[in-house]
Write a protein that binds this ligand. Structure first.
Ligand SMILES: Cc1ncc(COP(=O)(O)O)c(C=O)c1O
Length: 383
């Protein structure tokens, strides 16, 4: 299995956003959420076959792609999705903004989300006239919990959509049935649209079951736009192969209409890759989960030995959310960069007491980054 995830592929000289940031500096990039692993062979073969067809004009989605999503949802989440409910969307972030635009169309120009959270749930696209509100996710005895009282207190009259992240980037939380029902109850009482970003749902590390919020009841499903993609799990984020699942025909039509002229046609290589991922990728995904689990165990063990740092292991994702508040650094990301590691700043997600470490990388690189992190903190402590 180790061979599947190593040796490292040189991304320094590629088009990678993650690696280009530090191209001329000795800083290990552990920020933006893509992995350093090569895409499974079956997916690469499917893409090659499509390219070898030789004609690469505008594409539409295929029955094969739709069916692969239907079967994936049924097998993994016991969720019966109809093929017609699926709307191709080249990227989950675009879907979040389409959901905001839908809310604005209904006269509600604000959204609410759980904090801390992935920046595109916190902040709308500048193309929209919109307002962003947040409510807290709290740590209670080492367990993250939604503060629904804070949510209710922040639902002003202009809020029309709840932007939800499950599994939750960056805290790595996988919400259970009771928590989802309680959240949906607030959304029903306040008549909010739910836009549920479930892009990390196939990356559960602790064996919990992912529950799409829309699968809980027909009433919840009717007000929900679920955004999913194989991009994080199979490392194909550069192919823009996301999709929305929307049961309500009116909501779906309006969503599709709003996309028109803004987000373009589907990426033909993306749909081919997505279908291949869902149809053939399961053994690779299982190996990936085992590899990531071990990476996270190594991080937790190391962080546990460093005074001033702490973390609650993520239930899902390849992202570790590390509390560095006790180190009292003036600028944590810059401090770690100066010591050779590039983390995502916690402030991007709404909490500067943390940094986010992307552990979707080969183990030797991870250990090297952890060594640098530890040395930096120990030296800092000496002064
Ligand atoms: C929660 C979440 N949503 C969306 C995205 C980005 O999705 P896309 O590249 O499909 O726009 C990311 C990427 O890190 C993410 O973590």
């Amino acid at each position: 299995m180790t061979e599947l995830f190593g040796p490292a592929i040189d991304r320094d000289s590629s088009d990678s956003i993650k690696w280009k940031r530090y191209a001329d500096r000795d800083i290990i990039p552990m920020w933006v959420a893509d992995m350093d692993f090569q895409v499974p062979q079956e997916i690469r073969d499917a893409i090659k076959r499509r390219i070898d067809h030789g004609v690469l004009g505008y594409g539409s989605d295929s029955a094969d792609w739709r069916q692969s999503i239907v079967e994936h949802c049924k097998y993994h989440y016991r969720w019966e999705v109809q093929p017609a409910w699926i709307v191709p969307t080249p990227g989950v972030v675009k879907g979040l903004n389409i959901a905001r635009a839908l809310s604005a169309q209904r006269g509600k120009s604000a959204g609410i989300t759980t904090l801390p959270v992935y920046p595109h749930l916190r902040f709308h696209s500048p193309i929209l006239e919109f307002a962003d509100r947040g409510f807290n996710t709290l740590l209670d005895n080492g367990v993250w919990k939604l503060d629904l009282d804070d949510m209710q207190a922040n639902i002003t009259a202009d809020v029309g959509v709840m932007l939800f992240c499950n599994p939750h980037n960056p805290i790595g939380k996988v919400y259970d049935r009771e928590e989802l029902l309680a959240l949906a109850d607030v959304c029903e009482k306040q008549d909010l649209l739910i836009c549920s970003d479930e892009i990390h749902c196939d990356l559960i590390l602790n064996g919990k079951q992912h529950i799409p919020i829309a699968s809980l009841s027909p009433e919840i499903s009717r007000r929900t736009i679920t955004l999913m993609a194989p991009s994080k799990t199979f490392n194909i984020a550069g192919l823009d192969a996301a999709f929305a699942i929307i049961e309500d025909p009116d909501l779906r039509q309006r969503y599709a209409k709003l996309q028109y002229g803004l987000v373009g046609h589907v990426n033909i290589l993306g749909t081919v890759a997505a279908a291949a991922a869902f149809q053939t990728g399961e053994p690779w995904r299982q190996d990936l989960i085992a590899y990531l689990r071990e990476n996270q165990r190594i991080i937790a063990e190391r962080v546990g030995t460093i005074a001033g740092m702490s973390m609650i292991p993520s239930e899902a994702t390849f992202l570790a959310w590390i509390n560095i508040s006790e180190l009292q650094l003036d600028n944590a990301p810059k401090f770690f960069e100066a010591n050779g590691v590039g983390f995502s700043p916690g402030s991007d997600f709404g909490d500067e007491n943390y940094v986010r470490l992307n552990f979707g990388c080969q183990r030797d690189l991870l250990v090297k980054a952890l060594d640098r992190m530890e040395l930096a903190v120990r030296n800092h402590r000496r002064f």
